[in-house]
Design a binder for this molecule. Structure first.
Ligand SMILES: [Mg+2]
Length: 234
């Protein structure tokens, strides 16, 4: 599989027999990113604006540069950081907005077929452990994975090489026989630098937004595009 395919909307078939390990991102890959985008883009600015006497557009405008400044850093994913910065109880707000937490199409079918396969299936997420807990309480996530890792436990997000070094120490994998699926291409860049050979991104991480027209990595819309060769499950 080519590592980078400019403007490619095609993914080659995955030869599962050549793989031992599948690393899967959570938000925007297995779960609909619409929840997170709505939560951080609307719910939190609404709550913060309410406290600070601002309407939603003013609040969004005020918070935008503060959010932008933390993107790609562990703080971006850290409920404690945002709770402290915005003076809001993020976990309790989040616990009241769980309705929008949902699977992406075919995600559970894909996971059930991976579970029946020879592969070591590992969830790797930048989501805060509390977010992971809230999502795993809402959906039966844990049963599909041999291991679930929040990058907070390493103190380093997937964007850093430290994350991959820690992961390979805790859960050894052969980068040449590993597939990593993540909707964030800057995260795939980090995995690519570490030497992971098989990288796939998603064309529509957020169901409320149109699919991406071009991606720098091979991309899929739905998991059926790569399910061939996995055991079937009744
Ligand atoms: Mg993601």
């Amino acid at each position: 599989m080519a590592l980078t395919v400019a403007n490619s909307l095609q993914v080659e078939q995955v030869d599962w027999s050549q793989l031992d390990t599948v690393l899967l991102d959570m938000d925007g890959t297995l779960l609909d990113l619409a929840f997170d985008n709505h939560f951080w883009g609307t719910v939190i600015p609404e709550q913060w604006g309410h406290r600070n006497g601002l309407d939603l557009p003013s609040s969004q405008q005020h918070l935008a540069p503060i959010f932008t400044n933390e993107q790609g850093k562990l703080n971006w994913y850290c409920l404690d950081f945002w709770g402290e910065t915005l003076k809001l109880d993020i976990p309790s707000i989040k616990a009241n907005y769980t309705d929008g937490i949902r699977w992406r199409p075919q995600a559970e079918t894909f996971l059930s077929r991976l579970k029946a396969s020879h592969l070591d299936v590992v969830l790797i997420t930048n989501a805060h452990p509390v977010t992971l807990e809230i999502k795993a309480a809402r959906l039966p996530l844990a049963k599909w994975f041999d291991k679930m890792v929040s990058s907070h436990s390493y103190g380093a997000p997937k964007e850093t090489q430290a994350f991959w070094t820690e992961l390979s120490a805790e859960r050894p994998f052969n980068p040449n026989r590993t597939l990593f699926v993540d909707d964030a291409e800057h995260v795939l860049d980090s995995a690519n630098t570490f030497g992971i050979s098989h990288l796939i991104t998603l064309r529509q991480p957020d169901s409320s937004l149109p699919p991406r027209k071009s991606t720098r990595y091979p991309s899929i819309h739905h998991f059926e595009e790569i399910m061939q060769g996995l055991p079937t499950v009744d």
